[in-house]
Write a protein that binds this ligand. Structure first.
Ligand SMILES: Cc1ncc(COP(=O)(O)O)c(C=O)c1O
Length: 406
């Protein structure tokens, strides 16, 4: 990594503005990360110079657009260490990736009485599709409990898993608490009973090295917008034999080999799961986000964010009335908290008045909030472009706010 933090910040135009008369401090990175100028420029360049539909065109623009689009797939195959590019499917995001697996793998392989295991830490997008599938199929949804720190109860998981378990769908890193789950162990135990494993990598892929072959996960889903890329775009990784065995998700153009009124045959992977004109411009721009991450290096990103996390934890925990929610030993750079006697939304509004952007509420994890008996939290999540001086400002503001009631 050859850039220092100020050089990294200079690559993100949005960071250089004032909000409510104060310099913007963006600590809502778990919701979505900001975009480097290379991503913004690539999107604009595509529409200025290359806009064309891909794969079918016989002209220069279509050829260019197709090459740029497929180049991002190649980058993703390398990013995840997938065996082949055909295992990389473009989706609208994490949510669509999970729904795709629920609708196709679920439709074909989940039957009455089968069991699916998720955890208390899940985002709604890794709960609701399975509830819908279980209702349709008469399957059973089982939930891994957590401890007070927000860590999975692995003893309980060992008790839940059985030959009836067909799928374990688990968040790699919790968006609400930052907990890093022991997915290697979960995958190993699941495979021992013949269950497949889907990892929700929405929060892990931007912070941790995620090697799908080393992990041996069956599916991995994530969203480009949490990885410095565009919104409305995501990735489903799946092992080839599984993807081959699953029916298509949507019918239409691109996903077919041959159509007659008597019968349709389906295209090969990955196109079987990419019906219709895809999000070409955003896929191309996402390639630049991956190049940005590769240039900085995940090791550097994680080390920098870990330093910010430790620094923030040290100071925030001294504040009277500060109540941390989620204190797992293994965490990414997310701090969820409440202030004694105050509603998280009010804390968020007061921080916003100081130019500090955080997220408040249930973070799309209502069952997790119910587990802790709270309505929600304030969540500050740090990224590669955040600084210790920004954390000093957060600590000073939280300190002042907490004094109102403590
Ligand atoms: C852990 C987790 N899963 C799933 C999602 C859903 O992602 P998207 O809305 O991009 O589909 C999110 C987004 O916040 C998340 O953090």
């Amino acid at each position: 990594m050859s850039l220092n933090i100020q050089e990294i910040r200079a690559l993100f135009p949005v960071l250089h503005q004032e909000v409510n008369g104060k310099p913007l401090i963006y600590f809502d990175n778990a919701a979505t990360t900001q975009k480097p100028i290379s991503v913004i420029d690539a999107l604009s360049a595509y529409y200025k110079n290359d806009n064309s539909n891909i794969h079918r065109g016989a002209h220069a623009l279509a050829d260019r657009a197709t090459r740029y689009y497929e180049n991002t797939r190649t980058l993703l195959q390398q990013f995840l260490n997938a065996r082949e590019e055909a295992e990389i499917i473009f989706t609208k995001g994490t949510t669509e990736g999970i729904n795709l697996v629920a609708s196709t793998f679920g439709r074909k392989f989940i039957n009455k009485g089968d069991e699916i295991i998720i955890s208390t830490l899940e985002h709604h997008s890794n709960i609701v599709p399975w509830q819908m599938l279980c209702e349709e199929k008469g399957a059973i949804l089982k939930i891994i409990p957590i401890n007070e720190a927000g860590e999975l109860d692995m003893q309980a998981f060992r008790g839940l898993i059985s030959p009836s378990t067909k799928l374990v769908s688990i968040v790699h890193v919790s968006n609400a608490l930052g907990t890093i789950n022991p997915v290697e162990e979960i995958i190993e135990l699941s495979h021992q009973v013949g269950a497949k494993v889907l990892l929700d990598g929405a929060q892990s892929t931007s912070h941790l090295e995620v090697d799908v072959q080393a992990l041996d996960c069956d599916f991995l889903v994530f969203s480009a917008h949490k990885l410095y890329g565009p919104t409305g775009l995501g990735v489903l990784y799946g092992k080839r034999d599984l993807l081959d065995s699953m029916p298509p998700y949507q019918g239409g153009g691109e996903m077919i080999k041959e159509v007659t009124f008597a019968k349709t045959t389906y295209n090969e992977l990955p196109f079987k799961f990419e019906a219709g004109t895809p999000n070409i411009g955003d896929v191309i721009a996402f390639g630049k986000a991956l190049e940005f991450i590769n240039h900085i290096g995940k090791k550097y990103i994680k080390a920098h964010e870990d330093e910010l996390l430790a620094y923030a934890n040290d100071s925030l925990s001294q504040i009277k009335g500060f109540i941390p929610v989620g204190t797992a030993k293994d965490k990414i750079s997310v701090i969820s908290f409440n202030i004694n006697g105050m509603h998280p939304f009010d804390v968020g509004m007061m921080l916003d008045a100081n130019g500090i952007a955080v997220r408040t509420g249930h973070h799309c994890t209502q069952p997790l909030m119910q587990r802790f008996g709270i309505e929600g939290t304030v969540r500050a999540s740090f990224s590669v472009y955040n600084t210790k001086s920004e954390i000093d400002s957060l600590v000073a503001s939280v300190s002042k706010i907490a004094k109102l009631k403590n």
